[in-house]
Design a protein around this ligand. Structure first.
Ligand code: ADP
Ligand code: MG
Length: 238
């Protein structure tokens, strides 16, 4: 079963062909990392999947639905960026619950979903605080809680660790992995850091100038890189 399918997707900005002929099938529950140097089109791929940018060519399917022309709000996708803005005047708890308001669920269902993500992301002691009273890593964990609490079909993350120092980066990285292990939400994770991709992902997509170079498990990319670019990027000896 494939949860996301990109079929011959292209994105042009004027004459610039930013994404070309991109086809990819992502399995239900899979953790996919999209890697590539700065400017290779990683963020654009996420924006196409979430609907923040329309595709120039091709189609996008999420679950059984063709979402190619569907409004972002109707795609049931959650996205976390590197500087995800929390509402500064709301407590952590209200920030997270805000992610649920759109779904008309019972108060009890909301409480249940809240306590589950709070537990997984270790936010118990922080619920009454305001965002300014949190560290960068804690803020990023709250942003993830807010995104995932409404149980999206698909979770997109765009370099969520890049604004954190090394210690916090590791803390949040482990939280992301724990979240995925427990909830198994299909995830597309963008990073320019091949070590992150190699340690976190089931499969890695290597992008260069908007063209997929290779898709494979970390081991496949390391042992049989498709070309010199992939080998150098992954740090493979091949
Ligand atoms: P990455 O996330 O891998 O760094 P991006 O997807 O942000 O790359 O950008 C890929 C290319 O597309 C870059 O050359 C960038 O300048 C260009 N680009 C992105 N968004 C736009 C836009 N709205 N208009 C014109 N060019 C854009
Ligand atoms: Mg980017």
């Amino acid at each position: 079963m494939s949860s996301v399918r990109l079929n011959n997707v292209a994105k042009h900005f004027g004459a610039a062909k930013i994404i070309q002929n991109l086809s990819l099938a992502i399995n239900d529950g899979e953790f996919i990392a999209v890697v590539g140097p700065s400017g290779s089109g990683k963020s654009t791929v996420l924006r196409l999947i979430s609907g923040l940018e329309p595709v120039t060519e091709g189609t996008i399917q999420i679950g059984p639905r063709d979402v190619t022309t569907l409004h972002p709000k109707k795609r049931n996708v959650a996205m976390v960026f590197q500087n995800y803005a929390l509402y500064p005047h709301m407590s952590v708890e209200r920030n997270i619950l805000f992610g649920m308001k759109i779904r008309k669920e019972s108060r009890e269902a909301q409480r249940k979903a809240l306590s589950r993500v709070v537990e997984i992301l270790h936010l118990e002691g922080l619920l009454k605080r305001k965002p300014r009273q949190l560290s960068g890593g804690q803020r990023q964990r709250v942003a993830m809680a807010r995104a995932i609490v409404r149980r999206p079909e698909l979770f997109l993350m765009d370099e969520p660790l890049s604004n954190l120092d090394a210690k916090l980066r590791n803390e949040v990285r482990l939280s992301i992995m724990e979240l995925h292990r427990k909830l198994k939400t299909t995830t597309v994770y963008v990073t320019h850091d091949q070590v992150e991709a190699m340690t976190m992902a089931d499969r890695i997509v290597v992008l260069r100038d908007g063209i997929i170079q290779q898709v494979g498990t970390p081991q496949e990319l390391y042992q049989t890189p498709a070309n010199l670019f992939v080998a150098r990027f992954i740090g493979s000896p091949a």
